[in-house]
Each structure stands twice: as structure tokens, then as C-alpha cells.
Design a protein. Structure first.
Length: 397
């Protein structure tokens, strides 16, 4: 059996639904339900508070972090789980700025996920020491690396179009300019091969509920290069990042290495679901996942361009510069996506006019791609999207 047929069988995929939105929320791994049930029943239910020791809840953030480290090219002991991605962005950025004093510019790009830019803006206002955020067009980032830049903070894969930055080249250029680098891997972890150690990245952050399939609200992760791990002073110095949390010392002393990037109580139930999801990832090689992703993406682009000429591809044509998603634009993109969802093909919409489709080989196959393209063709050819009901914006798009 093909490995991806095997992994597909390990997910709950609702009957009659073609799911192309795993770049926003991965589907339920079948084993996650039993894993969470067992945790609730046998650990929380029977062990009560002793589960922190007996069931290893306190060590879970580092244990799970090591499993994610394998998927992002990071060494053991350099990744820890907990909190949300926005919190981890704040932690990484505050630490990087403190490691590079005397410089005033945080460099990002105009295509970065807004929350990353919001966190940078909030931190700038909090610190109130003349820092500045610059966000040029993605293709112009390298030209803005100069002696004023303290930190380069980028999302590797653009959340709308899938455009992918060259992590190695930009990290090298930033270091040559004396800047530290933070990579947001929200659309990279589990989607494309990443080699944080090989490219000498300083920090990285990411979420687990997209390609890693931990479920809604799944915890985020943070990576700190081992050369920085004993130097960073967490701006969010929570009690579980303390050297001895249960000494209840009134003065903060940072924990050893990556442990200091912990903040508050870890989401134990959610991490049980994530551990079940990572069991599936243990079966596959990221290079094989990437190869299948490109194969499916190329098929989807070809079919949609043939059948739906009204839609414009906005993702990069070269698969080497595209993440594991495909995006098309149309002035009625929102209504078209709602019509598509009503026909059992789920993607999503990103303002102002983008229809976005995740290509997730663990559970997506060529039949899904063909059905999605055919359904989209029918909707466009018959103008099934042209209904007032499909233009009513829901809170989540």
C-alpha cells in the first residue's frame, strides 16, 4: 500500500466532503479521539493532580517539542510547546531585540501575517525606545537589510498566496548585515522541508493546528538556536519558565536552555491530541511529502486553468518557490468559495479576493483534486455562486 493511502486512512474525513483547508485547520486524526479519551479517563480522571508527575504532564512540552523538532530540522532540546503563536512571536521578538541592542529596525514584509506585525507594533509601543517596524514588499526584503536592522522577522510561506521565502539565503544575508532572524513556520511545519539548524536560524515559531493536525486551538512551538538558549531573557517570564517553579522564589531565574521559553500551564489535553497526530508524521519522510504536494498542486493548477479561465493563479508558478497551498483570485472570490463549500469541497477565502486551497498529502489524493476542480468548474460555468446568500460574510472566512 502507498504510504499516503495508509496515512489517509488514519484521519476522519466526513463522507461526501473533499477537504482542501488543512492549511487552516487539519482534520481529526482517528487515534486522537481515543488518545484524548484515555487521557481524560485514565490520567485526569484517576490520577487527578498526581498526573503532573505520574503521567509526565510537566515534561510534555519538551517531549512533544522534540518530536516537532524532527520536522523542522532542529536539534533535540531546542523546541518547546505552549501558549499561542502570537505569544511565541512576542517572546522571540523581545528576546532577539535584547540580544541585538543599539539597532532600531524590525524588518518584516508587507505580506506577513497581520498578527505578527501587530505583535511587533505592540512591542515597539511598550518598549518606547525609538524602535521602528519596516515592511517592504516581500521581494524587496533583502535590499532593506542594513546596519540599522536589529531583527528580520518573516513568515516563510505567505499565508495567502503560498509564496515562499528563501530561508537559507535571507538568513545568511541578515547575519551578514548583523541582524538576528525569526522565522514564522505556521505554513511550513508539516508542509515543506525545513532545516533550521542547517541555515543557522536564530529563532522560529509556529502553530500545530494546521498541517500538524493538533485540532482547533492547538499549542504553538518556539525554537531557539542553542547558541542563544542560555542568553535569552524571556520578556514573558512565567512561572513555568523559572529555574525551579515549585521553589516559589519571588525573584525570577530563567530555566535551563529552551525551558525558559515556557510561560504558563501547558494545555495537556490538547497536547494529547497532538501526540496522536505526530504518530502519523513518524511514518513519513518530509521529502516524500513535499514531492507528493508538488504533484497534487501542479495537477490542481492545470485543471483549474483549463476548466475555469475566469480564475487567476496568484501562487508562484515555480513549485520550488511555493508552499503546500494554491491560491486563485476573482472579484467574487468569497461567494465562489461559499458555493464550493455548499457542494462539499472545503477551501477558504482570504481578503480581498483570494480562494485558498491547502494541499495536504497525508490525506489528500488525486481524486480529491479532480473532484475539487470539476466542482469548481460547474460553479463557474453555471454561475452557481451568484446568489445573495453566498455574499453574506460569516465571522470566519
Amino acid at each position: 500500500m502507498d504510504i499516503f493511502e495508509r496515512t489517509r486512512a488514519m484521519f476522519h474525513l466526513p463522507e461526501g466532503v473533499t477537504y482542501l483547508d488543512g492549511n487552516s485547520l487539519g482534520p481529526l486524526p482517528i487515534a486522537a479521539q481515543e488518545r484524548v479519551d484515555a487521557m481524560l479517563r485514565d490520567q485526569w480522571g484517576e490520577m487527578l493532580i498526581t498526573g503532573w508527575n505520574k503521567a509526565g504532564w510537566m515534561d510534555q512540552p519538551a517531549r512533544v517539542g522534540d518530536r516537532i523538532a524532527r520536522l523542522i530540522g532542529a536539534p533535540s532540546g531546542s523546541v518547546v510547546m505552549g501558549d499561542t503563536l502570537s505569544i511565541k512571536v512576542y517572546q522571540a521578538l523581545a528576546s532577539a531585540l535584547e540580544l541585538n541592542p543599539g539597532r532600531k529596525v524590525i524588518l518584516s514584509d508587507s505580506g506577513n501575517f497581520p498578527s505578527d506585525l501587530y505583535m511587533a507594533d505592540g512591542l515597539i509601543r511598550t518598549l518606547d525606545r525609538g524602535l521602528e517596524l519596516k515592511a517592504p514588499a516581500p521581494e524587496e526584503v533583502a535590499a532593506h537589510l542594513d546596519s540599522d536592522v536589529a531583527v528580520l522577522m518573516l513568515t516563510q510561506v505567505d499565508y495567502r498566496t503560498g509564496r515562499m521565502h528563501d530561508m537559507e539565503a535571507l538568513t545568511r544575508a541578515a547575519h551578514a548585515a548583523g541582524a538576528l532572524v525569526i522565522w514564522d513556520l505556521a505554513h511550513s511545519a508539516g508542509a515543506v522541508p525545513v532545516d533550521l539548524a542547517g541555515c543557522d536560524a536564530d529563532f522560529a515559531v509556529g502553530c500545530s493546528y494546521k498541517f500538524l493536525n493538533s485540532g482547533p486551538g492547538g499549542p504553538a512551538f518556539i525554537y531557539v538556536h542553542p547558541k542563544h538558549a542560555t542568553q535569552v531573557r524571556p520578556a514573558l517570564s512565567g512561572w513555568l519558565g523559572h529555574e525551579q517553579p515549585f521553589a516559589f522564589d519571588p525573584d525570577y531565574r530563567p530555566g535551563a536552555g529552551i525551558e525558559r521559553m515556557r510561560v504558563g500551564t501547558p494545555p495537556v489535553i490538547q497536547m494529547a491530541a497532538l501526540e496522536a497526530a505526530l504518530d502519523i508524521w513518524d511514518l513519513v519522510d518530509m521529502d516524500a511529502v513535499r514531492a507528493r504536494s508538488i504533484e497534487l498542486s501542479e495537477l490542481f493548477i492545470a485543471l483549474v486553468e483549463e476548466k475555469c479561465p475566469e480564475l487567476t493563479v496568484v501562487s508562484p508558478r515555480d513549485p520550488a518557490t511555493r508552499g503546500s497551498q494554491v491560491a486563485f483570485s476573482h472579484p467574487e472570490g468569497y461567494a465562489i468559495m461559499q458555493a464550493l463549500i455548499s457542494k462539499g469541497v472545503i477551501g477558504d477565502f482570504r481578503a480581498p479576493d483570494i480562494l485558498r486551497f491547502g494541499i495536504t498529502p497525508l490525506y489528500t489524493n488525486s481524486n480529491d483534486i479532480i473532484r475539487a476542480a470539476s466542482t469548481l468548474h460547474k460553479i463557474m460555468e453555471e454561475r452557481l455562486w451568484d446568489r445573495d446568500a453566498y455574499r453574506v460574510r460569516a465571522r470566519v472566512t
